[in-house]
Design a protein around this ligand. Structure first.
Ligand SMILES: C[S@@+](CC[C@H](N)C(=O)[O-])C[C@H]1O[C@@H](n2cnc3c(N)ncnc32)[C@H](O)[C@@H]1O
Length: 259
């Protein structure tokens, strides 16, 4: 894949929120174009750019870590990853799909809100997903829900897509309720989620789910998600567990999650 010339900002960006950090892409004439790290629709259009910034430079290890945690969870049961039909929520350009495929999965369904993610996956990782849908999990239509249900997904994986202005708590619950009753879940979440002072919707939801009858926690692992642009390690938890039942609307209402 093509190598790009990338420049990280010289000034201190430490005070920027994680979804505001940016880098520059340099062309052959030394002109630079600014990208925010979360401008996925622009980044995915340039082959190899996301991989080079997030995986080569910032050393993101979340797709492999979350896949490993899912494996640890499954190893405590009589089920195997290669027997599962997996839904990858916020699949992006397919990095997680590629990781899961290394282990073999029975079916792999990707979903992302932006068409550029699907286009990049088809361009750079053709054949990894059995189906890849462009859908917004915050507002699925009845037809979209039905279409996904035809795959009978029994495992939900979501990597680096939850929190930080990406997929909100409600969208995660939509996906959680879409997989089968005793299905498996694996995802990552920033390390502050275990502090009650972290009142973001997703952290609150996951804390409450862990203590609820809807999810059985099998494995929780703290790890370095990636480095920040200043070279500071960013720690997350990867969580693997088993679903026990759909989460009812009444449970969600008691949490009073932000939109
Ligand atoms: C940081 S990327 C992670 C991509 C991939 N999982 C990986 O680990 O490389 C987050 C992805 O979540 C997607 N996303 C954000 N909100 C979403 C929503 N409501 N429904 C589906 N996907 C969403 C974004 O478009 C983006 O591709």
């Amino acid at each position: 894949m093509m190598r790009h010339k990338i420049q990280f900002p010289a000034t201190d960006v430490a005070e920027l929120a994680q979804d505001e950090v940016y880098f520059y892409l340099l062309n052959g004439r030394g002109q630079r174009t600014k990208f925010r790290l979360h401008e996925y629709e622009r980044i995915y259009q340039i082959p190899g750019l996301y991989e080079q910034v997030v995986y080569d430079r910032l050393k993101c290890q979340s797709p492999s870590t979350v896949t490993d945690v899912l494996q640890y969870a499954l190893s405590q049961s009589d089920q195997r990853l290669n027997e599962l039909r997996v839904l990858d929520l916020g699949a992006g350009n397919g990095m997680v799909g590629e990781e899961l495929k290394k282990h073999g999965v029975s079916r792999l369904i990707g979903v992302d809100i932006i068409p550029e993610a699907r286009a990049a996956t088809e361009r750079d990782r053709p054949g990894v997903y059995d189906a890849y849908y462009v859908m917004d999990f915050c507002s699925l239509t009845g037809d979209e829900r039905e279409e996904l249900t035809t795959w009978s997904p029994e495992c939900l994986v979501s990597v680096a897509a939850l929190g930080f202005g990406d997929i909100p708590a409600q969208a995660f619950l939509e996906a959680f309720n879409l997989i089968s009753k005793h299905g498996w879940v694996a995802f990552n979440i920033k390390e502050t989620f275990l502090d009650r002072s972290d009142e973001s919707g997703f952290s609150t939801l996951v804390r409450e789910l862990i203590f609820s009858e809807y999810l059985d926690l099998y494995h929780l692992q703290r790890y370095r998600h990636r480095f920040s642009l200043e070279g500071e390690p960013l720690y997350y938890f990867a969580l693997g567990g088993k679903k026990n039942a759909d989460v009812p609307r009444s449970f969600i209402e008691t949490l009073q999650l932000p939109d």
